[in-house]
Design a protein around this ligand. Structure first.
Ligand code: CP
Length: 307
């Protein structure tokens, strides 16, 4: 059984094949997943991930059963364990995309599931399908990840999307990563150890302006309010790294500004029509990448792309 839990499970060959398939998915509507069912089981809020998975499944002729607010509306409120929920839902679907507030929840689900589990975000752990669409965006908009300078900005302690993408970038040559954050929101040591072990060049700073000028890709992130112990603690970090039009205008001519979204004020609306602003196109690429992932998991014609 093939599960999609973390980005470390991909290699460059599988990424190349997956992205080629994603590009083929542009404007596609077919019946290749007819009769297949995707369950989207979301214990945390989502707009992009849940809808783009559902749209992807429907574009390939498949069906969707969906639960939002599963923390409130599923039988977990009656005391059912995550494992038992998965043992039940896997009778009803061919794959389960799960979002959960606890890091490691997808792995727990995969340990008991008879169908493919797709990690759609697990707490401060990983968000692998977001990272795949982020990397696809870099491929489409910059031409590839080899040799890029990328700055991750904002909440790097709790931000699972940035973390997942950093793991993926370790597979590319001559990448330099700058982590821009407040000292309290620095990227965790396990990721830094991984990058060092893979020979990836990186540095950490509190200064945003130099990275805006020097990077090929700026990856802005939201302060993850829901992960902070209190509103007061969260409020210390809001407004520290706001990208306004003058910062966006300081970027290199071909550099791109991306963001997993939603944003909460860290990119000013005046940046939206900047040629560097790619974040809305990036969200659109999510459908193509998730179509390719669903095809790789559920269509025998594409088996072997990942695994
Ligand atoms: N980027 C992302 O995961 O967005 P949603 O929370 O809306 O799914």
């Amino acid at each position: 059984m093939l599960h999609l839990i973390e980005t470390q499970q991909f290699d460059r060959d599988s990424l190349k094949k997956l992205f080629a398939l994603a590009t083929e998915m542009e404007d596609r509507r077919d019946e290749s997943l007819r009769g297949k069912i995707l369950a989207t089981l979301f214990f945390e809020p989502s707009t992009r991930t849940r809808f783009s998975f559902e749209s992807a499944m429907m574009r390939l002729g498949g069906n969707v059963i969906s639960m939002e607010n599963a923390g409130e509306s599923s039988s977990s409120t009656k005391g059912e364990t995550l494992e038992d929920t998965i043992r039940i839902v896997d009778n009803y679907a061919d794959a389960i995309a799960i979002r959960h507030p606890e890091a490691g929840a997808s792995e727990r689900a995969a340990a008991v599931s008879e169908v493919s589990i797709i990690n759609a975000g697990d707490g401060a752990g990983q968000h692998p399908t977001q990272a795949l669409l982020d990397l696809y965006t870099i491929e489409r908009e910059v031409g590839g990840a080899d040799g890029i300078k990328i700055a991750f900005v904002g909440d790097l302690k709790y931000g699972r999307a940035a973390r997942s993408l950093a793991y993926l970038l370790a597979k590319y040559d001559d990448v330099h990563i700058t982590f821009v954050s407040a000292p309290q929101l620095r990227v965790k040591d396990d990721l830094k150890e991984y990058l060092s072990g893979k020979g990836v060049s990186f540095d950490e700073t509190e200064e945003l302006a130099p990275s805006m000028r020097e990077s090929d890709v700026v990856y802005q992130t939201r302060i993850q309010k829901e992960r902070f112990p209190s509103e007061e603690e969260y409020s210390h970090f809001t407004g520290k790294y706001v990208i306004d039009r003058s910062l966006a205008d300081s970027m290199k001519e071909k550099a791109i500004l991306i963001h997993p979204l939603p944003r909460a004020g860290e990119i000013a609306a005046e940046v939206d029509d900047s040629p560097h602003a790619v974040y809305f196109r990036q969200a659109g690429y999510g459908v193509l990448v998730r179509m390719a992932l669903l095809a790789a998991l559920l269509d025998p014609k594409h088996q072997g792309i990942i695994g």
